[in-house]
Design a protein around this ligand. Sequence first.
Ligand SMILES: O=C(O)CCC(=O)C(=O)O
Length: 266
Amino acid sequence: MIDLHGPMLTDEELELFQEQGYVRLGKVAPGEEIDALCGRMDDIMLGKIRYDRMLMQLCPSAGKPELSKQTKAFKESSLKYRKIQDLEQDALFLAYMQHPLFRDITRKIIGEQVSIFRAMFFNKPANQGVMINWHQDGAGGWGLSIRPKVTIWTALDATCVANACLQIIPGSHKTKIPEKGDQLSPEERAIHAPDEKRIYLEVEKGEVVLLHNWTLHRSEVNTIDRPRRAFSVCYIDAATTQLSTGRSFPRVFPEYVPLEDMATIR
Ligand SMILES: O=C(O)CCC(=O)C(=O)O
C-alpha cells in the first residue's frame, strides 16, 4: 500500500512553491487511476475514442511532417503523438484534474473560480521525441490578461535522464525573462539557466510536480525503448481572457463549465 498525498497542500509545500518555483507532491492518485489515464490516452491516440475539438500533433520525430502540425483534428492511428490538448473534454481526465488536492492548491494560489489554459498530454515516443529547450510557460507569449502561475505536471511513466525527464532551474520563476521567441537565447541561457543550477526531476510513475509557470524548464529526446508520457495542466484565474480575442477558458472549479458555455456565465 503506497502513501498518497492528502487533500490539502501543506504550509511548508506552499512556502517551497513560492521560494523555489516547484514542489514534488508525490503520488496523488492510486496506480489503477494512472493506468486508466494511460489506457485512455492509447484509445485516443489510436482513434478508438474521438473528440471533435481536440488539438493533436503527431511527433515530428515520427517523420510525417504533414501530420506534425498542431490542429484540432485526429491525425492517424498511432502511438507517436507528441501533444494532445483539450483533455478536459474526457470524463476520466476531467475527474483527475478536479482532484481535491488540486482544488486546494488552486484555491490557495489562484482563488475560488478556476479555469484551465490547457490540459495537455505530452509524449516522447519510444526512442524518439523532440528536445524542448529552456523556456518559461506564459511569461508573455500566451497573451493572457492575468498572469498564469500554476501548472500541475503528472508523470504517466517513470522518468530518468535517459528517457528525457523534466529539467528545471529552481528559483527562476522570480524573474520574467523578456520573450523574443519561444525559447531563451544563448545569452539568456548563460545568465538564467547555467548548468550548475539545473535539477533533473527523475520521478516515479504517478508522481506529481507542482510548478510555477515561470520556472524555467526543458527536456531532451527519449533514448529508451518505451514512451515517456506526462499530463500537464495549467490552471488559471477564471476571469482570465485571451488579450487578442477576449475569449475565456473552460472552468474546472467550482464545477466544470465547457468552453462553449463560458459566455453564458460571464
Ligand atoms: O513534459 C515535458 O517534457 C515538458 C513539457 C513542457 O515543456 C511544457 O509543458 O511546457
